[in-house]
Design a protein around this ligand. Sequence first.
Ligand SMILES: CCCCCCCCCCCCCCCC(=O)SCCNC(=O)CCNC(=O)[C@H](O)C(C)(C)COP(=O)(O)OP(=O)(O)OC[C@H]1O[C@@H](n2cnc3c(N)ncnc32)[C@H](O)[C@@H]1OP(=O)(O)O
Length: 178
Amino acid sequence: MVDQLRMFLDRVAAAVPPPDLVNEITKLAAEFNARLQSHEVAEYNQVAGQLIDLPGRAQLLTPAYTVEELDDQRAAGHVRFGRHHLGNNGAVHGGAIPLLFDDLLGRLALVGGRPKSRTAYLHIDYRSITPIDEDLQFEAWFEREEGRKRVLRGAIRHNERVCAEAHGLFVALRPGQP
Ligand SMILES: CCCCCCCCCCCCCCCC(=O)SCCNC(=O)CCNC(=O)[C@H](O)C(C)(C)COP(=O)(O)OP(=O)(O)OC[C@H]1O[C@@H](n2cnc3c(N)ncnc32)[C@H](O)[C@@H]1OP(=O)(O)O
C-alpha cells in the first residue's frame, strides 16, 4: 500500500490529467479516506513508521530509503527521490533532504540499545544538485558521543559526486522527557 501511495504522490506531481479523470480520482480518494478513517488508532499503535524493514519505515513523509549496511557506528544504503520531492529543474527540494538525514541519523542514534534521543540541531550543506529519479548512495556515522550528546554526520552521493552533507546533534531523553 505504501509503495502504491508513494507512486501515487509522484504521479500526482507529474501529471496534468483531464478534468473527468481529476473528478474520478477525487471521488476514489475520498472513498479511501473514509474507509481508512474508521480504522484509525492511537499513535503508539500505528504501523506507519514502525516497519523498520520497509523503505523509509513505511512512512510517507520520508523518502523511500533502504539501509543495506548497519552497525552501531555506521549506516549505509540507497535512496531514490521522485517527482513528489522535486524542487525544480530536476533537483530534489531543499526541504526533503533534511527529512532523509533526520530520519537516518536519528535512527542510527538509537542503534546498539541506546536510549531514545531527539534532534537538537541538524545542519545541512548542499554541495551540489541532488537529482530526482536516480539511485543515490547515503552514509551516516557517529562522530562522537559525550554523555547524552550524540554527534552524527551523513552524506548523500550520486556515484562519486557529493550532493549533500549533514551534521546533527541528538540528545538522549531523560526518563519521562517527551
Ligand atoms: C518495532 C519498533 C520499530 C521502531 C522503529 C523506530 C525507528 C525510529 C527512527 C526514528 C528516527 C526519527 C528521528 C527523528 C528525530 C526527531 O526529529 S525529534 C523531533 C525534532 N526535535 C525536537 O523536537 C527536539 C526539541 N528539543 C528538545 O526536546 C530539547 O531541546 C532537547 C533536544 C531534548 C534537549 O533538551 P534537554 O534534554 O533539556 O537538554 P539540555 O540538558 O538542555 O542539554 C543537554 C546537552 O545538549 C546540549 N544542547 C542541547 N540543545 C543544543 C543545541 N541546539 N545546540 C547545541 N547544544 C545543545 C546542551 O548544551 C547540553 O550540553 P552539555 O551542557 O551537557 O555539554
